[in-house]
Design a protein. Structure first.
Length: 317
């Protein structure tokens, strides 16, 4: 198929003195310019499409961030709601005189001059609890650990609770084993032995860890880890057993420090309340004294008037 040629236009340009060769060159230049314009238009269209895609992706990202923030805010509000409900239930049980162990722990974490305060260390609450009670308390501790802000306290309580459960189960296994050979004996309270540790090092555990502060136990932990990593001739099983027990002693030491701080806060609140009550009593005493004086003053004035009248009558006679 032959290329189309606008003959009328060619004739006009020929008349203007343009040769066929010049005309061909001019036509080629125009076609090239047109191709360049079309290419530029195509590039601008592609840029606009890319810009639109980028804008849409940015809008989707903004929407995702907004939804994530909304979800996080909803999660936070839901957690606060569940924590508030748990605290309300605890307050009700305490007011009705039927507190659960978790209620006592929660109450002690909110120092107030009102109500009772358990002055015993928090981990003493595990004493004499049965296994099902320990399991229930563990669930409550985990709930507060997830929802409450006192993470150090609840983490330490969880460590001690797990140790108490292991101690209980170990003692029950020993009793069951003993029952195969002897008559069943009444269940004895859990002894201060160490779950998962051979009885031969119980004395060492107490001697080394007992009575030390959290900071001192931390240094001991670092020393034991360094000894195990030294590669020297060490009794690995012995030191790993001590290290396992050390975690529990550190948790108890941390709980003692927290409890001491709570006791100091409680004492400060009680002293403040004592001062306020003393000031209130002093004010009441002043009020009563002033009222007595006001009641006494008219009688005194009456006596003075009667005395003056008597004097006048004596002078007249």
């Amino acid at each position: 198929m032959e290329r189309f040629v606008w003959k009328k236009k060619v004739e006009q340009q020929t008349e203007q003195g343009l040769s066929q060769r010049q005309l061909a060159k001019l036509e080629k230049k125009k076609r090239k310019q047109l191709q360049l314009e079309l290419q530029k238009a195509k590039e601008r269209r592609e840029e606009r499409e890319e810009e639109k895609l980028r804008w849409e992706e940015e809008m989707r990202r903004v929407q995702r961030d907004r939804e994530a923030l909304t979800y996080q805010d909803w999660e936070q509000k839901e957690a606060e709601f569940h924590l508030e409900q748990a605290k309300r239930r605890a307050e009700i049980r305490i007011a009705e005189g039927r507190p659960r162990p978790i209620d006592i722990l929660y109450k002690n974490l909110t120092p107030s001059a009102e109500g009772d305060f358990d002055i015993q260390e928090p981990y003493m609450i595990f004493q004499d609890l049965q296994l099902d009670e320990l399991k229930e308390l563990r669930q409550d501790i985990r709930m507060y650990l997830e929802l409450d802000s006192n993470k150090d306290f609840w983490e330490a309580m969880l460590i001690v609770c797990d140790d108490e459960m292991a101690r209980y189960q170990q003692q029950r296994q020993q009793q069951q084993s003993h029952h195969h050979h002897h008559h069943q004996q009444p269940q004895q309270p859990r002894r201060e032995t160490d779950a998962g540790v051979h009885s031969s090092i119980d004395a060492d555990v107490v001697r080394i860890f007992h009575g030390k502060t959290f900071a001192e136990l931390q240094r001991l932990q670092q020393n034991i880890i360094a000894k195990l990593n030294s590669g020297g001739a060490v009794d690995v099983e012995y030191w790993e057993s001590l290290l396992k027990r050390l975690v529990v002693y550190m948790a108890q030491a941390r709980l003692r420090e927290i409890h001491e701080d709570l006791l100091r806060q409680r004492l400060a609140l009680l002293r403040q309340r004592q001062q306020e009550q003393r000031a209130e009593i002093d004010h009441s005493i002043e009020h009563y004294q002033r009222k007595i004086q006001e009641l006494h003053e008219p009688a005194l004035a009456t006596k003075q008037l009667e005395g003056t009248a008597d004097e006048h009558r004596s002078e007249e006679h």
